[in-house]
Design a protein around this ligand. Structure first.
Ligand SMILES: Nc1nc2c(c(=O)[nH]1)N[C@H]1C(S)=C(S)[C@@H](COP(=O)(O)OP(=O)(O)OC[C@H]3O[C@@H](n4cnc5c(=O)[nH]c(N)nc54)[C@H](O)[C@@H]3O)O[C@H]1N2
Ligand SMILES: Nc1nc2c(c(=O)[nH]1)N[C@H]1C(S)=C(S)[C@@H](COP(=O)(O)OP(=O)(O)OC[C@H]3O[C@@H](n4cnc5c(=O)[nH]c(N)nc54)[C@H](O)[C@@H]3O)O[C@H]1N2
Ligand code: SF4
Ligand SMILES: [Mo]
Length: 701
């Protein structure tokens, strides 16, 4: 319900982008209250605890309200005027460029930034800084699914159908998604599926709250989803369940993909994954007996050094069974961050130009260069991927502008990344709070938040949404767009970097026109009137595209491509020194690096700190009791957190959430092995050893 005094908007956090309304209170301590908003179809008023408490981060008690500059005499960050802070950033970037060349200046963005910001950040890097060195945290999130989408379908949109289709399909295989904790209001789609008689299969090494809802739960060893999908495809062939007509009419490459699957015998797959053959057969029967089916993946199978091939294997299963390019069927990836979808479309990715164009495609360069009023040759080429960029800091890349990420907590091999950040000649961070990464900066720029600025977000369904400014920001903060506008001016670009979001969006429309992610027909007004518009939407008269691929896939010839894949091991396997598998992920009450949610009392009460989840049998072998401190040691380092003993996890695996800094930082342990195609790090599998700490033992590191 919204009345005149409330403003309809969307949650600042995850890719569901739940609708909510805000009622301004006029007090700096808590500037707004959340009011239920039922007219947005995705969540119909429901919110998780993070969304409900989001206004707490708007409080002047926890946020940054003035720029900070590091003083050479004290070495400390101290308050400064905006003029001084911006001049220091412009100087730092200019000096590095003069001394070491344009590619010595890097930019790191985020999938929580609005489309307007992501677009402007990419343009700022390529034009103002003339650097190729830009990437963003979305590389850690959905890049493997994006690469697999491109390979198979010729286009990457997380979900090719709206969430409302899920309850009407026959069977959903949910692979490595803990939706009940990561997108709680979306659980409704799965309960409705079951109410309608549909089946749910969940693939997760842990019996999560989501897995508890499943008709069938498969619990593979982390890092073995590729073998699991191949084993299912093997059975599909062996049992004569291939949709030959669909394969013939709509796909290419089946023979090679089939051969790959046939070399993975179910018994062999059981040995690799730990999933018994009868359960594998049951999964195939549930999936193939239904009239229609979907496979949805999230970070479990994607955040692996073979994530692209793994998603490819699940897509192959969909294609072989005719569960793609048809109503109520298909493969989809559940994108994670608020603008995880739009953030990957408009040019903050190392190899990309707006509209999901490729930076190395001459036609794409010519189109975007014309919109930007520059010569195509002046655009730099593709740069390093996120982890490779962080790893190059202090070496070839000597200054960094960071907007919308907290890699000290969220990057793999985090102690190393923290060291690289410290070794920079110059670091500028724009953030809403003093994150662990902002603490290392030479200049910190305090920026406005979701409720205080206008901009568009594209949710996991490809639905472009608008958040209108609902509150007046505190006097000392500026928007990211104002920051980039001012910096561009100081670096000699008076024009081309407007601070007004709608002006940026109008340019983004033109830059995206004709590209794969075409926003040309979308306007702020249309989004408001239609409660979101699905891309591609090439002209104002076009209705938008909620469902993709029904007539043809987005490849040149309209046919989907099977990709031949075979199983391979994780980059780091267990051995005598590191005998246990570590996997990592999320809990319901904290968000990402925790920079925002660790500042909310109610969320901290619910999820106060890190823990190591382990099976009672493993705990017994180690002699560790519930709540006792446990050191987890990998080849990258050591983390310490209390044990949480539960029979819901495999006995050969431990799980740590990654939301905290300090001694319990999970990413101290994580292996930065990269997928060769997507450059996604292997967040979900590495080898560790566990060392119980005697009470009072302070050997944390
Ligand atoms: N509460 C909360 N919600 C969030 C976020 C948050 O930080 N907190 N972040 C948002 C973002 S950016 C993202 S990307 C999404 C992520 O959403 P999810 O992908 O649902 O989250 P994760 O917890 O990372 O991983 C999901 C599951 O993968 C399982 N898993 C681990 N290893 C493997 C494996 O090898 N194979 C398989 N099949 N499964 C495995 C884990 O046990 C876990 O239950 O959540 C979004 N929503
Ligand atoms: N071990 C392990 N590590 C992981 C993962 C995992 O599953 N396991 N998941 C990975 C995934 S999927 C993701 S998406 C990453 C996310 O990890 P991060 O990139 O660290 O994500 P956030 O914590 O959301 O960081 C966003 C930062 O930007 C700030 N911010 C928010 N809004 C704005 C804005 O509009 N402008 C500016 N300038 N700043 C803003 C926030 O305060 C915060 O400091 O973590 C990855 N790391
Ligand atoms: S599910 Fe995601 S978008 Fe919805 S309220 Fe929770 S964090 Fe916000
Ligand atoms: Mo993510």
């Amino acid at each position: 319900m919204s009345d005149a005094a409330t403003v309809p908007t969307h949650c600042p956090y995850c890719a569901l982008q739940c609708g909510m309304s805000l009622r301004p209170t006029g007090t700096p301590e808590l500037p707004a209250e959340v009011v239920e908003r039922t007219d947005f179809p995705v969540n119909r008023g429901a919110l998780c605890g993070k969304g409900r408490t989001a206004p707490s981060v708007l409080s002047s008690r926890v946020r940054l309200t003035e720029p900070l500059v590091r003083r050479p005499d004290t070495g400390a960050l101290e308050p400064a005027s905006w003029e001084e802070a911006l001049a220091a950033v412009a100087d730092g970037l200019r000096r590095t460029r003069a001394d070491h060349g344009p590619d010595a200046v890097g930019v790191f963005g985020g999938g929580g930034l609005t489309n307007e910001k992501a677009y402007t950040l990419g343009k700022f890097a390529r034009l103002v800084l003339a650097t190729s060195q830009i990437d963003y945290n979305g590389r850690f999130c959905m890049s493997s699914a994006a690469a697999a989408h491109q390979r198979a379908f010729g286009l990457d949109r997380g979900l090719p159908f709206p969430l409302e289709d899920i309850p009407r399909t026959g069977c959903v295989i949910l692979v490595g998604s803990n939706l009940a904790e990561t997108m709680p209001p979306a659980l409704r789609y799965l309960t409705e599926l079951k109410e309608n008689g549909g089946k749910l299969i969940v693939v997760d090494p842990r019996r999560t709250r989501t897995a508890e809802q499943a008709d069938l739960h498969l619990a593979p060893r982390p890092g073995t989803d590729l073998a699991l999908a191949l084993g299912m495809l093997h059975l599909v062939v062996a049992e004569g369940r291939v949709d030959e007509a669909f394969v013939e009419e709509r796909t290419d490459g089946w023979a090679a993909a089939r051969a790959g699957a046939m070399s993975h015998w179910p018994e062999q797959v059981e040995r690799i994954t730990g999933v018994p053959v009868p359960l594998l057969r049951e999964a195939v029967a549930l999936f193939c007996d239904a009239d229609a089916g979907m496979v949805l993946t999230a970070r479990g199978p994607e955040q692996q050094s073979k994530g692209t091939d793994t998603v490819g294997a699940w897509i192959n299963l969909c294609l072989a069974t005719g569960r793609a390019g048809r109503p109520l069927s298909g493969y989809g990836c559940l994108t994670g961050q608020g603008n995880g979808q739009g953030g990957r479309e408009h040019g903050q990715k190392a190899d990309q130009l707006p509209g999901y164009r490729k930076l190395d495609d001459p036609a794409a360069r010519a189109h975007v260069a014309e919109v930007w009023g520059v010569a195509p040759e002046s655009l730099p080429g593709p740069g390093r991927s996120a982890y490779e960029l962080l790893d190059a800091l202090g070496g070839e890349v000597r200054a960094l502008l960071l907007m919308g990420s907290n890699p000290v907590v969220s990057a793999p091999r985090a102690a190393h990344v923290e060291g690289r950040l410290r070794s920079l000649d110059f670091l500028a961070v724009a953030d809403v709070v003093l994150s662990e990464t902002a603490e290392l900066a030479d200049v910190v720029l305090p920026v406005t938040q979701w409720a205080e600025e206008t901009g568009t977000m594209t949710n996991l369904e490809g639905r472009v949404l608008l958040r209108r400014r609902a509150l007046t920001p505190p006097a000392g903060v500026r928007s990211d767009l104002e920051v980039l506008h001012a910096l561009a001016g100081l670096l000699g670009w008076e024009k081309g970097f407007p601070a007004d979001p709608e002006e940026v969006f109008e340019e983004l429309r033109r830059a995206s026109a004709g590209g794969p992610a075409d926003y040309a027909g979308i306007s702020y007004r249309r989004i408001e009137e239609e409660r979101g518009v699905f891309w591609p939407c090439p002209e104002p008269g076009h209705a938008g595209t909620p469902r993709l691929f029904l007539d043809r896939f987005a490849t040149a010839d309209g046919r989907a491509r099977f990709v031949p894949v075979v199983h391979r091991a994780a980059a780091e396997e267990t051995d005598a020194d590191y005998p246990v598998v570590l996997t990592t992920g999320r809990v319901v009450s904290q968000y990402q690096s925790g920079a925002q949610t660790r500042r909310v009392d109610e969320l901290n009460a619910a999820a106060p700190g890190p823990f190591v989840e382990l099976h009672p049998r493993l705990a017994e072998r180690l002699g560790v009791a519930d709540g006792e401190r446990l050191a987890v040691v990998s080849r990258r380092g050591r983390a310490v957190a209390p044990a949480r003993i539960t029979a819901s996890i495999r006995p050969d695996t431990v799980f740590m959430p990654f939301h905290w800094a300090g001694e319990g930082r999970a990413n101290t342990l994580v292996n930065p092995a990269l997928d060769p195609v997507s450059r996604m790090p292997e967040f979900k599998v590495c080898a560790v050893r566990l060392e119980p700490l005697a009470a009072g033992d302070a050997t944390a590191g």
